[in-house]
Structures are given as C-alpha cells and as structure tokens.
Design a protein around this ligand. Structure first.
Ligand SMILES: [Zn+2]
Length: 267
C-alpha cells in the first residue's frame, strides 16, 4: 500500500511538473512555465502558440533556445532573464529558419547576444524568408491588424555563430552540454533538435508534434519523405530523454516522438 501511495504521489508530482501550465504571465501573449530549477518553457501566442526554452546553465550563464516571434516579446523575456536569473552572459540557439525559431534575432544581436545556428538556416533565410513572411501575413485575420503590422515590418537576422548543418555542434555552457543535432530533413530542411544531456531534456522543436496534434500542421517547407526517417534517428539516438518539448503545444516524454511517427505514417 505504502509503495502504491509513493508511486502515485511521484506520478502526480511528475505530471504536475510537466503540466504546470503558465506559472508566470508576462503579458497577454507571453507565458513562462518553470519545469525545474534549470529549465523554463516560454510560450508565445502571436497569434499561434509557440514554445521556446530558457535554460539556466549556471549561476552566470543562460541559454535561450529559439525566440518569441517578435522583438518586443524577446525584449520582455531578456528583461525577465536579467531581473530574475541575473546572468553575466546570455547565448542563443536557433533550430530553424521559420519566424517561430528566430523572430527575436534582431533584438538579440542588438544586445550583443551570440546566436548559434546552421549554415543551412542562413541560406534558407535568404532563399525563403520573404516568402514565409508573406504566407504568415496571409493567414492573419482582419481583426489581427496589430500583429499583421509587426509581421509586415519584420526583418530577418541570421545567427552570427554558424556551423555546418551536417556537423551540428556541441556547446559546453556552464554546467551543461547542449548537443545541437541535425537528424535529416523534416518539418523544414534545416530543423535541428537540442539535447541537454544533464537534464535528459530533448528540445524537439518543430519536427516533434504534441500529443494533441491530429495532423502535421504547416508542411509547406517540409520534406515528407525524409521526416519519418529523421524522427526514427531521433527516437533511437535520444531514447533516454525524459522530457520532450515540441515547438507547439504541450510537452511530455518520448511518446511525442512516436506520436509524430504515427502521424507521418498515417499521412
Ligand atoms: Zn514551428
């Protein structure tokens, strides 16, 4: 009986840790959920829901994985980091060329924050940046005029610390190891995952769908043939992951990766 109670309360703790929604509301569109003392999920509705990640790598260093959609949201989050985590240094990682990955780059570079990203992401900003911008604008409703104005005036800034996509990069920052890995093309030709070894945490980004996703979402830049293969690479390589963060929707465990494979196979 005692064991069952302990097991049950562990389960409740895990579930409430993983699903403690929106602990801090930064404004009407920006919410912060503390997963543990090291990791915070940042959720931006602009107007579509999107997750990025704040990692306290040490007392002195913070890493931002992807950014809110725009510079104002990114400014708010950098202020929050400076006030609450008080780091000496902030670094950033972009996991793709879409605006939910890097819309905040202009602000980050203005503040002298280094941004790590792949050579392919830089190419795709040149090749498709304008096109994606127009697509997003076309999806907005007339009553979303304020958001539309932001997208219309958006400028794409590339990561300044680049690496070859096929090589990926391993960053040792503070007490943590960030493995930035390209498993092959997926939701976009350049989507990367970030695995934080010490936290058993996989930031799956846009290639991993949440359990409530019933379809693949926007696939205009996707490689549908390669995506399932890339997911299986992730599934095999990161089977030890305990926390999996998708770019859109609720996080969970490796079942999100299997769910994404199922969606792809039934597509
Ligand atoms: Zn996305």
């Amino acid at each position: 009986m005692g064991r069952i109670v302990i097991l049950f309360s562990c389960l409740i703790m895990t579930v409430s840790n993983l699903f403690a929604q929106f602990e801090t509301k930064l404004n009407e569109e920006l919410f912060l959920t503390k997963l543990n003392d090291t990791a915070y999920v940042l959720t931006h509705y602009f107007p579509w829901e999107s997750n990025s990640l704040i990692i306290k790598a040490s007392e002195k260093e913070v890493v931002l994985i992807d950014t809110p959609y725009d510079t104002a949201g990114t400014a708010l989050i950098i202020d929050w980091i400076n006030t609450n985590l008080k780091p000496d240094k902030i670094s950033a990682i972009n996991t793709g060329f879409h605006v939910d990955n890097l819309g905040g780059n202009p602000y980050l570079r203005e503040k002298g924050i280094d941004i790590f990203g792949s050579d392919r992401t830089c190419e795709l900003i040149d090749e498709k940046g304008k096109q994606t911008q127009q697509k997003l604008i076309s999806w907005l409703k007339p009553e979303q005029e304020r958001i539309k104005k932001v997208y219309e005036s958006m400028v794409f800034v590339k990561p300044n610390k680049t690496f070859k996509i096929q090589d990926g990069i391993t960053l040792k920052i503070g007490a943590l190891t960030f493995e930035v890995f390209f498993p092959g093309e997926s939701h976009s030709p350049d989507n990367l995952i970030v695995y934080i070894d010490e936290l058993d945490l996989l930031f799956g980004g846009c290639m991993v769908k949440s359990l409530s996703s019933r379809n693949l979402g926007f696939t205009g830049d996707a490689n549908i043939a390669e995506w399932p293969k890339s997911m299986k690479v992730v599934q095999e390589k990161y089977k030890m992951a305990q926390i999996v963060i998708p770019h859109h929707g609720m996080w969970g465990d490796m079942s999100l990766v299997q769910h994404t494979i199922n969606l792809l196979e039934n597509n």
